[in-house]
Design a protein around this ligand. Structure first.
Ligand code: PLP
Length: 435
């Protein structure tokens, strides 16, 4: 049933019932955290063997991994992640423990030096914009999206334009129109199991991203494939590799590809990866080579010893799926149960990744987060999934069920569903009173 079909008296009754449930829930005095997509202790324990002694500190080519050097990363590690990144090993570089740090560095270097194809450093446009003689660099931001991407842009003075998502990735008609502006220098893309919408970009979307005409010759897709192998289903849809797609479309330098093992092995002690065309990789290595003499190759060996090969990686990810899938199912079940006879929200049932994206009645997301806070349930702040923390409809919520134990996910989800119901019923009543 739709909310507007409820008689006012029935609406009032439901509000009383929801308020009573809410007070009873509050009396339980729970403490739950559904804010961030962190792996649980159980998931981290899957990689416990990595903390044991190394079989050897000698690399496949006979180098001593304890010493300096090896800027690009061990070839055997690059071969291990070649399929995941959709790039040959020679087009991959291994970083330290955070791909977000690589994204930060790439933007910082673009600001300082420009990227291959830039007429000048991106920061000059910011200075010119302040003087009123040019537009500041712009990034397109499929929204809802990842708050830390948006924080990077804000920190660097890059303007952000939200782009709608379609379920098959960004709305390409909008994107193709916006990239006609030469100030548009980049675009955030989480092509698989996007944070938080969970969608995977369709082949046609990827082909259009690779082939579209951009006014900026130094435009870059920031292709953050953070959830490349993080499936919640046994038979995932394949993802079109962006680098060959760009090369085939005649735009070989268009994409900077990022990924990491943060949610494969250890979130605080994994490996990060950059991949790109030969020109982009050389640019990356030149910039990175000024910053460090070489990455932590012992951690690379640790990963290699533990994961072994692509089959080992897939097998390891099955372990994550076994832990995560029931948590996602628990959220879905709690929401469906609470909203069995009344449509008050729409939410995703992702086939991978770390998030459920929920669209509540416009104007209620902040209220829901506040209500949940009163119940002891911490949620990602409303608005965080939009550039500048500003959700124009105040409706999107990002639910992150990975970290708490299953029982806690279940009770937290019941509480969240209750808060959504209460906020929605109250908003409906207020709208009728004010009509
Ligand atoms: N990119 C996306 C889309 C994420 O959701 C996250 C973490 O939640 C990251 C990057 C962080 O990656 P890393 O741990 O490699 O810095």
């Amino acid at each position: 049933m739709q909310l507007h079909e409820l008689e006012l008296s029935a609406l009032e009754q439901r509000i009383h019932a929801a308020q009573a449930d809410y007070e009873a829930f509050r009396a339980r005095g729970l403490k739950r955290d559904m804010t961030r997509g962190k792996p649980s202790v159980e998931q981290l324990d899957l990689a416990a063997a990595m903390l044991g002694p190394l079989e050897s500190h000698v690399t496949a080519s006979g180098e001593d991994a304890r010493n300096y050097g090896g800027l690009q990363g061990l070839p055997e590690v690059r071969a291990l992640v070649s399929g995941m990144l959709g790039a040959p090993p020679e087009q991959i570089a291994v970083g330290e423990n955070s791909s977000l740090a690589l994204m930060h560095d790439c933007i910082a270097w673009a600001m300082l030096h420009g990227v291959p194809g830039s007429a000048r450093p991106w920061s000059r446009d910011i200075v010119a914009a302040e003087a009123g003689s040019a537009d500041a660099p712009i990034f397109l931001c499929p929204s809802p999206g990842y708050d830390r991407h948006f924080a990077l842009c804000e920190g660097f003075g890059i303007r952000m334009i939200p782009v709608p998502l379609t379920g098959d990735g960004p709305d390409m008609n909008v994107v193709e129109d916006l990239v006609k502006d030469p100030a548009v220098k980049g675009m955030w893309c989480v092509p698989r199991y996007a944070n938080p919408s969970g969608e995977t970009y369709a082949p046609r979307t990827i082909q259009r991203l690779a082939a579209m005409q951009t006014a900026a010759p130094d435009f870059r897709l920031f292709w953050d494939n953070a959830y490349a192998v993080h499936h919640l289903v046994a038979d995932p849809e394949p993802l079109v590799d962006i680098l060959p797609a760009c090369a085939e479309a005649g735009n070989p330098d268009r994409a900077f590809v990022f990924a990491s093992t943060s949610k494969i092995t250890l979130a605080g002690a994994g490996l990060s990866f950059f991949a790109g065309s030969e020109r982009n990789l050389q640019w990356y290595l030149t910039c990175a080579g000024r910053r460090t003499i070489g990455p932590d190759k012992l951690n690379q060996l640790r990963h290699l010893q533990f994961l072994r090969d692509e089959a080992g990686l897939r097998h390891h990810m099955d372990g994550h799926r076994a832990i995560l899938a029931p948590k996602f199912a628990a959220v879905d079940e709690a929401l469906r149960k609470r909203f069995d006879d009344l449509t008050v929200a729409h939410w995703t049932r992702p086939e991978g990744g770390y998030f459920i994206s929920l669209d509540a009645r416009p104007g209620t997301a902040r209220r829901i987060v506040a209500l949940a806070g009163e119940l002891g349930i911490a949620l990602t702040p409303a608005g965080a999934t939009w550039p500048y923390g500003s959700d124009p409809k105040d409706s999107n919520l990002r639910l992150a069920p990975s970290f708490p134990p299953l029982e806690e996910v279940r009770s937290a989800s019941e509480g969240i569903a209750l808060c959504i119901l209460l906020a929605t019923l109250e908003a409906e009543r207020d709208s009728r009173v004010n009509r």
